[in-house]
Design a protein around this ligand. Sequence first.
Ligand code: ZN
Length: 413
Amino acid sequence: MRAIKSVTQSYAPSRRIMDFMDIFTSIMNDAIDVAIKKNLTSEGSISREIYPLVKDLPIPSYYIPPAITKATAMVKNYRKSVRREEMRAKQKKNGGSKPKRKPRNIKIPHVDRRMLASHYGFRIKDDNMIIPASTEKYGREHETIRLNRHVSSLINRNGIHARSFTLTPHMLSISIERIPETIECDSTAGIDRNLRNVTVGNELHQESYDLSEIVRIKQRYRNRASHPMRNDRRIQEKIREKYGRRERNRTNAILHDKSKEIVNACISYREEPVLEDIRHINRMTYRGDRTGPGHRHLMHSAFPYGRLASMIKYKAEWEGLPVIQLTRQETYGTSSRCSECGSLTRKSGRMLHCESCDIWINRDINACISQAKRGRTRLVRSLLREKGPPVEAVNQFKDGEQMAGSHIPSTGS
Ligand SMILES: [Zn+2]
């Protein structure tokens, strides 16, 4: 399995690159317009229409197909969301269940941000990325962008291959690929989300990762956004954008750190992380459940579990660590049922009491143990499929037989 991730750094674009970006963006927008006007869907049909119009623009030909590819993807997404909204409207007309929100007006996509991207014609040489810049056919001119130490050390490592790059006026992003060796695991670790922490572990060990800082940041920015200082819509918008960006940067930094810690811990224990299906979270609280909008906001969006999960996923894949994603059915009841016997528990504060086992257990620990167990049934199944029963289990079984065999005659005699 190959793993893909992207690395970014800041850089200062040259005048020429800025011009290419303008043209690239306009090609994208033209392609989107043509595709929608003429009702085209495939990349081939769109580029047959658009290529003759743009082939003489002062931009290296390397950048034209990627612009059309990106535009095609945007049109595809647009059509998909239009279809979804149409379905929603139809459901309403047929007297189906009351829709939760009004159908949205889907805007025709348009690229405002300047950018330049390509997946071919570029190469990495030591600390530099060299990209084509000749506007003539067979021209050999190029632009050199200096990579920072972090990016160049990562990209020049053995077995890493740069797939494509994207430039914006401030950022360079390179998508890199690697084929890691799969880490063989013999156990699993459940990852249980809570409002302010994440608990990772199984029956043998559990660890709690504090993420309360994220909730604090979210609350702080939410308060700020809801009490605008300036009485001007446009300026309010600007301020909101700025705070949003800052909030994202700060929470992402924390999430990157924690997800890295979690993946490293899983690797050192040789345990596959088990992720739950979190769609049920949004149903745990609802309007009118007497918890209030503040609490609902916290549960629904203040803890970016989806982002944490996707970071754990791609970081694990990058290292060759398989990840188990539970289905919704498999996730059901992980937090309310006893991890030992599966019967319903009574809760008191953060503790759960199982009557049939007569034990008290912390609910976070209980949840991550149940998740680890449910993931393990899947792991065992896949191991069995791959290479028959695991050697250890067979050995244990034989030992048991021998013991029983040697035991019975000795009592009999
Ligand atoms: Zn129990």
